[in-house]
Design a protein around this ligand. Structure first.
Ligand code: FES
Length: 560
Protein backbone atom coordinates (compact mmCIF):
# COMPACT_ATOMS: atom_id res chain seq x y z
CA UNK A 1 0.00 0.00 0.00
CA UNK A 2 1.38 3.40 -1.01
CA UNK A 3 1.81 5.51 2.16
CA UNK A 4 1.67 8.68 0.07
CA UNK A 5 -1.62 10.22 -1.00
CA UNK A 6 -2.76 12.85 -3.45
CA UNK A 7 -0.17 14.10 -5.88
CA UNK A 8 2.55 12.09 -4.08
CA UNK A 9 0.82 8.77 -4.63
CA UNK A 10 2.54 6.35 -7.05
CA UNK A 11 5.82 8.26 -7.16
CA UNK A 12 7.97 8.14 -10.26
CA UNK A 13 10.97 5.99 -9.49
CA UNK A 14 14.13 8.11 -9.47
CA UNK A 15 15.67 6.36 -6.45
CA UNK A 16 15.13 9.50 -4.32
CA UNK A 17 11.62 10.12 -2.91
CA UNK A 18 12.29 13.78 -2.10
CA UNK A 19 13.54 14.41 -5.63
CA UNK A 20 10.47 12.68 -7.10
CA UNK A 21 8.13 14.93 -5.09
CA UNK A 22 10.13 18.07 -5.93
CA UNK A 23 10.01 17.22 -9.64
CA UNK A 24 6.25 16.76 -9.49
CA UNK A 25 5.79 20.15 -7.87
CA UNK A 26 8.12 21.76 -10.40
CA UNK A 27 6.42 20.36 -13.47
CA UNK A 28 2.91 20.95 -12.13
CA UNK A 29 3.87 24.56 -11.38
CA UNK A 30 4.19 24.96 -15.14
CA UNK A 31 0.50 24.06 -15.38
CA UNK A 32 -0.35 26.75 -12.84
CA UNK A 33 -0.82 24.57 -9.77
CA UNK A 34 0.42 25.84 -6.39
CA UNK A 35 0.93 24.10 -3.04
CA UNK A 36 -2.68 24.66 -2.02
CA UNK A 37 -3.97 22.98 -5.20
CA UNK A 38 -1.63 20.07 -4.72
CA UNK A 39 -2.66 19.47 -1.11
CA UNK A 40 -6.15 18.41 -2.24
CA UNK A 41 -7.41 14.89 -3.01
CA UNK A 42 -6.51 14.11 -6.61
CA UNK A 43 -9.31 12.71 -8.75
CA UNK A 44 -8.53 11.06 -12.07
CA UNK A 45 -11.18 11.35 -14.78
CA UNK A 46 -10.89 8.62 -17.40
CA UNK A 47 -11.94 10.22 -20.68
CA UNK A 48 -12.86 7.94 -23.59
CA UNK A 49 -13.86 10.68 -26.03
CA UNK A 50 -13.07 9.92 -29.67
CA UNK A 51 -14.24 11.07 -33.07
CA UNK A 52 -14.48 7.36 -33.87
CA UNK A 53 -17.10 6.89 -31.17
CA UNK A 54 -20.34 8.76 -31.80
CA UNK A 55 -21.81 7.20 -28.65
CA UNK A 56 -19.33 9.38 -26.70
CA UNK A 57 -19.91 12.53 -28.79
CA UNK A 58 -21.15 14.51 -25.81
CA UNK A 59 -18.56 13.21 -23.37
CA UNK A 60 -16.60 16.52 -23.31
CA UNK A 61 -19.48 18.21 -21.48
CA UNK A 62 -19.50 15.35 -18.96
CA UNK A 63 -15.76 15.79 -18.44
CA UNK A 64 -16.36 19.50 -17.70
CA UNK A 65 -19.23 18.71 -15.34
CA UNK A 66 -17.28 16.03 -13.47
CA UNK A 67 -14.32 18.44 -13.08
CA UNK A 68 -16.69 21.10 -11.73
CA UNK A 69 -18.09 18.64 -9.20
CA UNK A 70 -14.62 17.59 -8.06
CA UNK A 71 -13.55 21.23 -7.59
CA UNK A 72 -16.77 22.04 -5.71
CA UNK A 73 -15.99 19.27 -3.24
CA UNK A 74 -12.43 20.42 -2.69
CA UNK A 75 -10.64 17.92 -4.92
CA UNK A 76 -8.31 18.52 -7.83
CA UNK A 77 -9.34 16.84 -11.12
CA UNK A 78 -6.87 15.39 -13.61
CA UNK A 79 -8.32 14.16 -16.89
CA UNK A 80 -6.50 11.30 -18.59
CA UNK A 81 -7.34 9.65 -21.91
CA UNK A 82 -8.12 5.98 -22.34
CA UNK A 83 -8.78 4.14 -25.58
CA UNK A 84 -12.29 4.54 -26.92
CA UNK A 85 -14.14 1.48 -28.19
CA UNK A 86 -16.69 2.67 -30.71
CA UNK A 87 -18.73 -0.41 -31.55
CA UNK A 88 -19.63 0.48 -35.11
CA UNK A 89 -16.31 1.73 -36.47
CA UNK A 90 -13.93 -0.82 -34.91
CA UNK A 91 -12.72 -3.98 -36.65
CA UNK A 92 -13.16 -6.88 -36.28
CA UNK A 93 -15.13 -6.33 -33.06
CA UNK A 94 -14.85 -4.09 -30.00
CA UNK A 95 -14.93 -7.23 -27.85
CA UNK A 96 -11.38 -8.01 -28.98
CA UNK A 97 -10.31 -4.79 -27.21
CA UNK A 98 -12.47 -4.91 -24.06
CA UNK A 99 -9.72 -6.59 -22.09
CA UNK A 100 -7.13 -4.17 -23.47
CA UNK A 101 -9.15 -1.18 -22.22
CA UNK A 102 -9.60 -2.98 -18.89
CA UNK A 103 -5.82 -3.37 -18.65
CA UNK A 104 -5.20 0.22 -19.71
CA UNK A 105 -7.71 1.54 -17.17
CA UNK A 106 -6.24 -0.54 -14.34
CA UNK A 107 -2.67 0.37 -15.21
CA UNK A 108 -3.36 4.10 -15.58
CA UNK A 109 -5.10 4.14 -12.19
CA UNK A 110 -2.13 2.34 -10.67
CA UNK A 111 0.49 4.44 -12.47
CA UNK A 112 -0.75 8.01 -12.04
CA UNK A 113 -1.28 9.75 -8.71
CA UNK A 114 -4.97 9.75 -7.82
CA UNK A 115 -7.09 9.13 -4.74
CA UNK A 116 -10.24 8.30 -6.65
CA UNK A 117 -11.38 8.00 -10.24
CA UNK A 118 -14.42 8.92 -12.31
CA UNK A 119 -14.79 6.48 -15.20
CA UNK A 120 -16.52 7.99 -18.22
CA UNK A 121 -17.80 5.41 -20.67
CA UNK A 122 -20.90 4.50 -22.58
CA UNK A 123 -20.58 2.41 -25.71
CA UNK A 124 -20.96 -1.34 -25.30
CA UNK A 125 -17.54 -2.55 -24.18
CA UNK A 126 -16.23 0.59 -22.51
CA UNK A 127 -18.21 0.29 -19.29
CA UNK A 128 -17.51 -3.42 -18.67
CA UNK A 129 -13.83 -2.73 -19.38
CA UNK A 130 -13.71 0.25 -17.03
CA UNK A 131 -15.45 -1.68 -14.28
CA UNK A 132 -13.07 -4.62 -14.70
CA UNK A 133 -9.99 -2.40 -14.58
CA UNK A 134 -11.31 -0.18 -11.81
CA UNK A 135 -12.29 -3.10 -9.60
CA UNK A 136 -8.86 -4.68 -10.05
CA UNK A 137 -7.14 -1.38 -9.19
CA UNK A 138 -9.49 -1.09 -6.18
CA UNK A 139 -9.31 2.67 -5.74
CA UNK A 140 -12.52 4.60 -4.94
CA UNK A 141 -14.31 4.80 -8.30
CA UNK A 142 -17.58 5.98 -9.75
CA UNK A 143 -18.99 5.15 -13.17
CA UNK A 144 -20.65 7.76 -15.36
CA UNK A 145 -22.16 6.88 -18.75
CA UNK A 146 -22.83 9.10 -21.74
CA UNK A 147 -26.48 8.04 -21.74
CA UNK A 148 -28.75 6.81 -24.51
CA UNK A 149 -29.60 8.60 -27.75
CA UNK A 150 -33.07 9.99 -28.20
CA UNK A 151 -35.35 8.44 -30.78
CA UNK A 152 -35.85 9.71 -34.33
CA UNK A 153 -38.76 9.32 -36.69
CA UNK A 154 -39.46 7.96 -40.16
CA UNK A 155 -42.80 8.91 -41.74
CA UNK A 156 -44.23 9.42 -38.29
CA UNK A 157 -42.90 6.10 -37.01
CA UNK A 158 -40.63 6.40 -33.97
CA UNK A 159 -37.30 4.68 -34.66
CA UNK A 160 -34.01 4.10 -32.90
CA UNK A 161 -30.72 2.21 -32.92
CA UNK A 162 -30.41 -0.52 -33.31
CA UNK A 163 -33.33 -2.92 -33.09
CA UNK A 164 -35.01 -0.83 -35.79
CA UNK A 165 -31.75 -0.79 -37.82
CA UNK A 166 -31.99 -4.56 -37.95
CA UNK A 167 -35.71 -4.66 -38.60
CA UNK A 168 -35.48 -2.28 -41.60
CA UNK A 169 -32.41 -4.07 -42.95
CA UNK A 170 -34.27 -7.39 -42.70
CA UNK A 171 -37.19 -5.83 -44.58
CA UNK A 172 -34.77 -4.45 -47.18
CA UNK A 173 -33.28 -7.92 -47.66
CA UNK A 174 -36.80 -9.28 -47.97
CA UNK A 175 -37.59 -6.72 -50.69
CA UNK A 176 -40.22 -4.72 -48.79
CA UNK A 177 -38.02 -1.66 -48.14
CA UNK A 178 -36.26 -0.12 -51.15
CA UNK A 179 -32.67 1.15 -51.39
CA UNK A 180 -34.04 4.71 -51.60
CA UNK A 181 -36.10 4.22 -48.44
CA UNK A 182 -33.06 2.79 -46.62
CA UNK A 183 -31.17 6.02 -47.38
CA UNK A 184 -33.91 8.02 -45.65
CA UNK A 185 -34.14 5.59 -42.73
CA UNK A 186 -30.39 5.61 -42.03
CA UNK A 187 -30.55 9.38 -41.47
CA UNK A 188 -33.13 8.95 -38.70
CA UNK A 189 -31.94 5.92 -36.73
CA UNK A 190 -29.27 7.75 -34.67
CA UNK A 191 -30.69 11.21 -34.23
CA UNK A 192 -28.44 12.43 -31.37
CA UNK A 193 -25.16 11.59 -29.65
CA UNK A 194 -25.29 8.80 -27.07
CA UNK A 195 -25.55 5.05 -26.85
CA UNK A 196 -28.09 2.78 -28.55
CA UNK A 197 -31.46 3.71 -27.06
CA UNK A 198 -32.96 0.25 -26.81
CA UNK A 199 -32.17 -2.34 -24.11
CA UNK A 200 -28.94 -3.28 -25.89
CA UNK A 201 -25.62 -3.96 -24.23
CA UNK A 202 -24.81 -0.34 -23.34
CA UNK A 203 -28.21 0.29 -21.75
CA UNK A 204 -28.21 -3.04 -19.95
CA UNK A 205 -24.74 -2.63 -18.46
CA UNK A 206 -25.59 0.92 -17.37
CA UNK A 207 -28.67 -0.37 -15.50
CA UNK A 208 -26.63 -3.22 -13.97
CA UNK A 209 -23.86 -0.84 -12.89
CA UNK A 210 -26.41 1.27 -11.04
CA UNK A 211 -27.79 -1.91 -9.45
CA UNK A 212 -24.29 -2.98 -8.40
CA UNK A 213 -23.97 0.32 -6.55
CA UNK A 214 -21.08 1.59 -8.66
CA UNK A 215 -23.02 4.55 -10.10
CA UNK A 216 -25.12 7.22 -8.40
CA UNK A 217 -28.84 6.32 -8.17
CA UNK A 218 -30.66 7.44 -11.29
CA UNK A 219 -27.46 7.59 -13.33
CA UNK A 220 -28.18 4.87 -15.88
CA UNK A 221 -31.00 6.24 -17.99
CA UNK A 222 -30.92 10.05 -18.58
CA UNK A 223 -30.44 10.71 -22.31
CA UNK A 224 -27.16 11.98 -23.66
CA UNK A 225 -27.08 15.77 -23.71
CA UNK A 226 -29.87 16.19 -21.16
CA UNK A 227 -29.53 18.34 -18.07
CA UNK A 228 -30.07 15.25 -15.94
CA UNK A 229 -27.12 13.58 -17.62
CA UNK A 230 -24.83 16.56 -17.03
CA UNK A 231 -26.00 16.90 -13.43
CA UNK A 232 -25.21 13.23 -12.85
CA UNK A 233 -21.62 13.85 -13.98
CA UNK A 234 -21.27 16.89 -11.67
CA UNK A 235 -22.80 15.01 -8.73
CA UNK A 236 -20.45 12.10 -9.42
CA UNK A 237 -17.53 14.52 -9.33
CA UNK A 238 -18.67 15.76 -5.93
CA UNK A 239 -19.27 12.26 -4.57
CA UNK A 240 -15.94 10.79 -5.66
CA UNK A 241 -14.05 13.32 -3.54
CA UNK A 242 -16.03 12.20 -0.50
CA UNK A 243 -15.42 8.56 -1.42
CA UNK A 244 -11.69 9.25 -1.66
CA UNK A 245 -11.76 10.75 1.82
CA UNK A 246 -13.82 7.79 3.11
CA UNK A 247 -11.58 5.23 1.37
CA UNK A 248 -14.71 3.65 -0.11
CA UNK A 249 -13.20 1.19 -2.57
CA UNK A 250 -15.05 -1.33 -4.80
CA UNK A 251 -13.94 -4.16 -2.50
CA UNK A 252 -15.87 -2.47 0.33
CA UNK A 253 -18.99 -2.18 -1.84
CA UNK A 254 -19.27 -5.34 -3.92
CA UNK A 255 -20.46 -8.67 -2.57
CA UNK A 256 -22.05 -11.75 -4.03
CA UNK A 257 -25.41 -10.18 -3.17
CA UNK A 258 -24.65 -7.18 -5.39
CA UNK A 259 -24.23 -9.54 -8.33
CA UNK A 260 -27.32 -11.60 -7.42
CA UNK A 261 -29.26 -8.33 -7.56
CA UNK A 262 -27.72 -7.46 -10.93
CA UNK A 263 -28.71 -10.85 -12.37
CA UNK A 264 -32.28 -10.35 -11.15
CA UNK A 265 -32.44 -6.93 -12.81
CA UNK A 266 -30.98 -8.43 -15.99
CA UNK A 267 -33.96 -10.81 -16.09
CA UNK A 268 -36.49 -8.03 -15.49
CA UNK A 269 -34.92 -6.05 -18.35
CA UNK A 270 -34.50 -9.04 -20.67
CA UNK A 271 -31.19 -7.33 -21.15
CA UNK A 272 -28.39 -8.03 -23.55
CA UNK A 273 -26.93 -11.54 -23.67
CA UNK A 274 -23.51 -9.87 -23.86
CA UNK A 275 -23.86 -8.69 -20.30
CA UNK A 276 -23.80 -12.30 -19.11
CA UNK A 277 -20.21 -12.53 -20.36
CA UNK A 278 -19.38 -9.08 -18.96
CA UNK A 279 -20.95 -9.66 -15.56
CA UNK A 280 -19.01 -12.91 -15.13
CA UNK A 281 -15.78 -11.06 -15.98
CA UNK A 282 -16.59 -8.10 -13.69
CA UNK A 283 -17.47 -10.40 -10.78
CA UNK A 284 -14.28 -12.36 -11.35
CA UNK A 285 -12.28 -9.15 -10.86
CA UNK A 286 -14.04 -8.78 -7.50
CA UNK A 287 -13.10 -12.36 -6.59
CA UNK A 288 -16.67 -13.63 -7.06
CA UNK A 289 -17.32 -16.65 -9.29
CA UNK A 290 -20.56 -16.53 -11.29
CA UNK A 291 -21.77 -19.49 -13.35
CA UNK A 292 -24.36 -19.73 -16.10
CA UNK A 293 -26.45 -21.74 -13.65
CA UNK A 294 -26.41 -18.73 -11.28
CA UNK A 295 -27.93 -16.66 -14.09
CA UNK A 296 -30.57 -19.29 -14.71
CA UNK A 297 -31.48 -19.46 -11.02
CA UNK A 298 -31.84 -15.68 -10.73
CA UNK A 299 -33.55 -15.01 -14.05
CA UNK A 300 -36.00 -17.91 -13.76
CA UNK A 301 -37.52 -16.23 -10.70
CA UNK A 302 -38.13 -12.80 -12.21
CA UNK A 303 -40.64 -11.89 -14.93
CA UNK A 304 -39.96 -9.45 -17.73
CA UNK A 305 -40.98 -6.01 -16.44
CA UNK A 306 -39.35 -3.46 -18.71
CA UNK A 307 -40.97 -2.62 -22.03
CA UNK A 308 -37.93 -1.76 -24.13
CA UNK A 309 -36.86 -3.12 -27.48
CA UNK A 310 -35.92 -5.75 -28.50
CA UNK A 311 -38.03 -7.73 -25.99
CA UNK A 312 -40.63 -4.93 -25.73
CA UNK A 313 -41.66 -1.87 -27.72
CA UNK A 314 -40.27 1.22 -25.95
CA UNK A 315 -36.94 2.98 -25.71
CA UNK A 316 -34.57 4.14 -22.98
CA UNK A 317 -36.03 7.66 -22.89
CA UNK A 318 -39.34 6.02 -21.88
CA UNK A 319 -37.61 4.09 -19.10
CA UNK A 320 -35.99 7.30 -17.93
CA UNK A 321 -39.34 9.15 -17.92
CA UNK A 322 -40.87 6.29 -15.94
CA UNK A 323 -38.31 6.83 -13.18
CA UNK A 324 -35.45 4.65 -14.40
CA UNK A 325 -33.61 2.07 -12.34
CA UNK A 326 -34.70 3.34 -8.88
CA UNK A 327 -38.37 2.69 -9.74
CA UNK A 328 -37.51 -0.69 -11.25
CA UNK A 329 -35.54 -1.63 -8.12
CA UNK A 330 -38.44 -0.49 -5.96
CA UNK A 331 -40.77 -2.72 -7.97
CA UNK A 332 -38.34 -5.65 -7.60
CA UNK A 333 -37.77 -4.98 -3.89
CA UNK A 334 -39.12 -8.36 -2.77
CA UNK A 335 -36.63 -10.19 -5.02
CA UNK A 336 -33.52 -8.18 -4.11
CA UNK A 337 -31.06 -8.18 -1.25
CA UNK A 338 -31.58 -4.64 -0.04
CA UNK A 339 -28.65 -4.83 2.35
CA UNK A 340 -26.17 -4.73 -0.56
CA UNK A 341 -23.80 -1.78 -0.20
CA UNK A 342 -23.47 1.05 -2.71
CA UNK A 343 -21.13 3.94 -3.39
CA UNK A 344 -23.48 6.40 -1.69
CA UNK A 345 -22.32 4.82 1.57
CA UNK A 346 -25.88 3.58 2.03
CA UNK A 347 -27.45 0.23 1.23
CA UNK A 348 -29.46 -0.39 -1.91
CA UNK A 349 -32.59 -0.44 0.23
CA UNK A 350 -31.76 2.95 1.76
CA UNK A 351 -31.08 4.39 -1.70
CA UNK A 352 -34.53 3.44 -2.99
CA UNK A 353 -36.45 4.11 0.22
CA UNK A 354 -37.95 7.28 -1.29
CA UNK A 355 -38.49 5.88 -4.80
CA UNK A 356 -42.03 5.25 -5.98
CA UNK A 357 -43.22 1.92 -7.33
CA UNK A 358 -44.17 1.61 -11.00
CA UNK A 359 -46.93 4.11 -11.80
CA UNK A 360 -50.05 3.36 -13.80
CA UNK A 361 -49.56 6.39 -16.13
CA UNK A 362 -46.68 4.69 -17.89
CA UNK A 363 -46.34 1.43 -19.80
CA UNK A 364 -42.59 1.02 -19.49
CA UNK A 365 -41.99 -0.47 -16.04
CA UNK A 366 -44.56 -3.15 -15.40
CA UNK A 367 -45.44 -4.45 -11.95
CA UNK A 368 -44.70 -7.90 -10.55
CA UNK A 369 -48.47 -8.41 -10.36
CA UNK A 370 -48.95 -7.55 -14.05
CA UNK A 371 -45.61 -8.29 -15.73
CA UNK A 372 -44.90 -7.70 -19.40
CA UNK A 373 -43.64 -11.24 -19.95
CA UNK A 374 -42.95 -14.55 -18.30
CA UNK A 375 -40.07 -15.42 -16.00
CA UNK A 376 -36.84 -16.57 -17.62
CA UNK A 377 -36.48 -13.88 -20.31
CA UNK A 378 -32.92 -15.11 -20.88
CA UNK A 379 -32.16 -18.80 -20.72
CA UNK A 380 -28.89 -20.65 -20.39
CA UNK A 381 -28.62 -23.95 -22.23
CA UNK A 382 -26.30 -26.90 -22.37
CA UNK A 383 -26.15 -30.12 -24.39
CA UNK A 384 -23.87 -31.97 -26.71
CA UNK A 385 -23.27 -28.80 -28.76
CA UNK A 386 -22.41 -26.72 -25.69
CA UNK A 387 -21.22 -28.85 -22.75
CA UNK A 388 -20.11 -25.73 -20.85
CA UNK A 389 -23.15 -23.72 -21.76
CA UNK A 390 -24.81 -21.38 -24.23
CA UNK A 391 -27.39 -18.60 -23.97
CA UNK A 392 -30.64 -17.59 -25.68
CA UNK A 393 -32.65 -14.39 -25.29
CA UNK A 394 -35.95 -16.22 -24.99
CA UNK A 395 -38.05 -13.05 -24.74
CA UNK A 396 -36.79 -11.93 -28.17
CA UNK A 397 -37.05 -15.37 -29.84
CA UNK A 398 -39.92 -17.14 -31.68
CA UNK A 399 -41.94 -19.43 -29.44
CA UNK A 400 -42.78 -21.71 -32.39
CA UNK A 401 -39.06 -22.61 -32.59
CA UNK A 402 -38.61 -23.45 -28.90
CA UNK A 403 -38.85 -27.14 -29.79
CA UNK A 404 -37.19 -27.54 -33.15
CA UNK A 405 -35.26 -30.20 -35.01
CA UNK A 406 -33.63 -29.41 -38.34
CA UNK A 407 -30.69 -30.13 -40.63
CA UNK A 408 -27.50 -28.14 -40.10
CA UNK A 409 -25.96 -25.79 -42.61
CA UNK A 410 -22.43 -24.97 -41.48
CA UNK A 411 -20.50 -21.73 -41.99
CA UNK A 412 -16.81 -21.85 -41.11
CA UNK A 413 -16.43 -18.21 -40.04
CA UNK A 414 -18.29 -14.88 -40.10
CA UNK A 415 -16.58 -14.14 -43.42
CA UNK A 416 -17.70 -17.48 -44.87
CA UNK A 417 -21.28 -16.73 -43.76
CA UNK A 418 -21.19 -13.27 -45.32
CA UNK A 419 -19.95 -14.82 -48.58
CA UNK A 420 -22.39 -17.72 -48.88
CA UNK A 421 -25.53 -17.05 -46.82
CA UNK A 422 -27.52 -15.86 -49.85
CA UNK A 423 -26.27 -18.60 -52.20
CA UNK A 424 -29.40 -20.34 -53.54
CA UNK A 425 -27.40 -23.52 -54.22
CA UNK A 426 -27.40 -24.15 -50.45
CA UNK A 427 -31.12 -24.91 -50.87
CA UNK A 428 -31.93 -23.78 -47.36
CA UNK A 429 -35.42 -24.15 -45.93
CA UNK A 430 -36.97 -22.41 -42.89
CA UNK A 431 -36.34 -25.64 -40.96
CA UNK A 432 -32.58 -25.54 -41.43
CA UNK A 433 -30.41 -24.73 -38.42
CA UNK A 434 -27.69 -22.25 -39.37
CA UNK A 435 -24.40 -23.08 -37.64
CA UNK A 436 -21.63 -20.50 -37.38
CA UNK A 437 -18.31 -21.63 -35.92
CA UNK A 438 -14.82 -20.25 -35.28
CA UNK A 439 -16.43 -17.03 -34.05
CA UNK A 440 -15.65 -17.52 -30.36
CA UNK A 441 -13.10 -15.65 -28.21
CA UNK A 442 -10.06 -17.56 -29.53
CA UNK A 443 -11.47 -18.10 -33.04
CA UNK A 444 -12.05 -14.46 -33.92
CA UNK A 445 -12.41 -12.31 -30.81
CA UNK A 446 -16.11 -13.20 -30.43
CA UNK A 447 -17.79 -10.75 -32.80
CA UNK A 448 -21.51 -9.99 -32.79
CA UNK A 449 -22.02 -12.27 -35.77
CA UNK A 450 -24.32 -14.82 -34.16
CA UNK A 451 -27.59 -13.35 -35.45
CA UNK A 452 -26.87 -14.46 -39.01
CA UNK A 453 -29.18 -12.80 -41.53
CA UNK A 454 -32.05 -14.82 -42.88
CA UNK A 455 -30.96 -15.98 -46.38
CA UNK A 456 -32.30 -13.45 -48.87
CA UNK A 457 -34.44 -15.91 -50.86
CA UNK A 458 -36.13 -17.07 -47.62
CA UNK A 459 -36.56 -13.48 -46.41
CA UNK A 460 -38.27 -12.71 -49.73
CA UNK A 461 -40.71 -15.55 -48.97
CA UNK A 462 -41.55 -13.88 -45.65
CA UNK A 463 -39.29 -15.96 -43.35
CA UNK A 464 -38.18 -13.70 -40.48
CA UNK A 465 -36.65 -16.17 -38.00
CA UNK A 466 -34.70 -19.42 -38.06
CA UNK A 467 -32.71 -21.30 -35.41
CA UNK A 468 -29.12 -20.11 -35.49
CA UNK A 469 -26.34 -21.59 -33.34
CA UNK A 470 -22.82 -20.27 -32.84
CA UNK A 471 -19.91 -19.59 -30.51
CA UNK A 472 -20.27 -15.88 -31.39
CA UNK A 473 -22.17 -13.13 -29.57
CA UNK A 474 -25.00 -11.01 -30.93
CA UNK A 475 -25.78 -7.37 -30.40
CA UNK A 476 -28.03 -6.70 -27.44
CA UNK A 477 -30.25 -4.85 -29.88
CA UNK A 478 -30.79 -7.97 -32.01
CA UNK A 479 -33.55 -10.55 -31.79
CA UNK A 480 -34.47 -14.00 -33.08
CA UNK A 481 -34.02 -17.63 -32.06
CA UNK A 482 -30.27 -17.30 -31.79
CA UNK A 483 -28.22 -19.64 -29.59
CA UNK A 484 -25.00 -17.90 -28.62
CA UNK A 485 -21.72 -18.33 -26.73
CA UNK A 486 -21.55 -22.14 -27.24
CA UNK A 487 -18.72 -23.22 -24.99
CA UNK A 488 -16.15 -24.57 -25.49
CA UNK A 489 -15.87 -22.83 -28.84
CA UNK A 490 -15.00 -24.58 -32.11
CA UNK A 491 -11.51 -23.06 -32.35
CA UNK A 492 -10.40 -24.94 -29.23
CA UNK A 493 -12.06 -28.20 -30.27
CA UNK A 494 -15.56 -27.65 -28.83
CA UNK A 495 -18.35 -29.75 -30.34
CA UNK A 496 -19.34 -27.10 -32.88
CA UNK A 497 -16.19 -28.12 -34.75
CA UNK A 498 -17.76 -31.54 -35.40
CA UNK A 499 -20.99 -30.44 -37.09
CA UNK A 500 -21.40 -31.38 -40.75
CA UNK A 501 -23.95 -30.18 -43.28
CA UNK A 502 -27.13 -32.20 -42.95
CA UNK A 503 -26.55 -33.37 -39.36
CA UNK A 504 -29.70 -33.03 -37.31
CA UNK A 505 -29.62 -30.41 -34.55
CA UNK A 506 -32.27 -30.18 -31.84
CA UNK A 507 -33.22 -27.15 -29.74
CA UNK A 508 -35.40 -27.78 -26.70
CA UNK A 509 -35.83 -24.55 -24.77
CA UNK A 510 -38.05 -26.04 -22.05
CA UNK A 511 -35.36 -28.60 -21.26
CA UNK A 512 -32.63 -25.96 -21.81
CA UNK A 513 -30.81 -28.15 -24.33
CA UNK A 514 -29.03 -27.71 -27.63
CA UNK A 515 -27.91 -31.01 -29.11
CA UNK A 516 -26.15 -32.42 -32.13
CA UNK A 517 -27.94 -35.68 -32.88
CA UNK A 518 -24.98 -37.91 -33.60
CA UNK A 519 -23.58 -40.69 -31.44
CA UNK A 520 -20.86 -40.05 -28.87
CA UNK A 521 -18.57 -42.42 -30.81
CA UNK A 522 -19.12 -40.43 -34.02
CA UNK A 523 -18.45 -37.18 -32.14
CA UNK A 524 -15.15 -38.58 -30.83
CA UNK A 525 -14.13 -39.84 -34.25
CA UNK A 526 -14.79 -36.42 -35.79
CA UNK A 527 -12.85 -34.67 -33.02
CA UNK A 528 -9.84 -36.85 -33.81
CA UNK A 529 -9.99 -35.71 -37.44
CA UNK A 530 -10.32 -32.02 -36.48
CA UNK A 531 -7.41 -29.64 -37.07
CA UNK A 532 -7.16 -26.44 -35.02
CA UNK A 533 -7.36 -23.26 -37.12
CA UNK A 534 -4.31 -20.99 -37.24
CA UNK A 535 -3.91 -18.30 -34.59
CA UNK A 536 -2.72 -14.69 -35.01
CA UNK A 537 1.08 -14.50 -35.07
CA UNK A 538 1.83 -11.17 -33.41
CA UNK A 539 0.67 -8.23 -31.34
CA UNK A 540 -2.46 -7.92 -29.26
CA UNK A 541 -4.48 -10.48 -31.31
CA UNK A 542 -1.80 -13.10 -30.50
CA UNK A 543 -1.69 -12.22 -26.80
CA UNK A 544 -5.50 -12.28 -26.75
CA UNK A 545 -5.86 -15.64 -28.55
CA UNK A 546 -3.17 -17.20 -26.34
CA UNK A 547 -4.76 -16.09 -23.07
CA UNK A 548 -8.46 -15.36 -23.46
CA UNK A 549 -10.76 -17.65 -21.51
CA UNK A 550 -14.02 -19.11 -22.75
CA UNK A 551 -17.35 -17.26 -22.83
CA UNK A 552 -18.79 -19.03 -19.78
CA UNK A 553 -15.72 -17.79 -17.85
CA UNK A 554 -16.25 -14.17 -18.92
CA UNK A 555 -13.73 -14.12 -21.81
CA UNK A 556 -11.23 -12.33 -19.58
CA UNK A 557 -7.50 -12.96 -19.89
CA UNK A 558 -6.25 -15.86 -17.80
CA UNK A 559 -3.48 -13.73 -16.26
CA UNK A 560 -5.70 -10.91 -15.03
FE1 FES B 1 -22.32 2.39 -29.06
FE2 FES B 1 -24.60 0.88 -29.56
S1 FES B 1 -22.96 1.40 -30.91
S2 FES B 1 -23.87 1.72 -27.72
Amino acid sequence: MDKNTGIYRNLTSYGDEGFSKYMRRAFLASAGYDQEDLSRPIIGIADTTSDYNTCHRQMPELVSAAKRGVLESGGLPFVFPCMSLGEILISPTSMLYRNMLAMETEEMIRAYPMDGVVLLGGCDKTVPAQLMGGISANLPMIQVVTGPMRTGSVKGERVGACTDCRKFWGEHRGGTVSAEEIKVIEQALCSTGGTCMVMGSASTIACLTETLGLMLPGGATPPSGSGDRIRNAAQSGRRIVEMAREGLTPSRILSRNSFENAMTVLGALSGSTNTIVHLIAIARRAGIALTLEDFHQAISKVPLLVNCRPAGKGYMEDLDRAGGVPVLLKELESLLDLSAKTLTGKTLGENIAGASKAQSWQDTIHTLEKPLGKTGSLVTLSGTLAPNGAVLKKAAASERLFLHKGPACVFESPEDAARRIDDPSLKLTPDHVLILRNAGPVGSGMPEAGSLPIPRYLAEQGVRDMVRVSDARMSGTAYGTVILHCSPEAAVGGPLCCVRNGDMVELNVDERRIDLLISAAEMEARKKEWKAPGKPLRGWPKLYADHVMQAHEGADMDFL
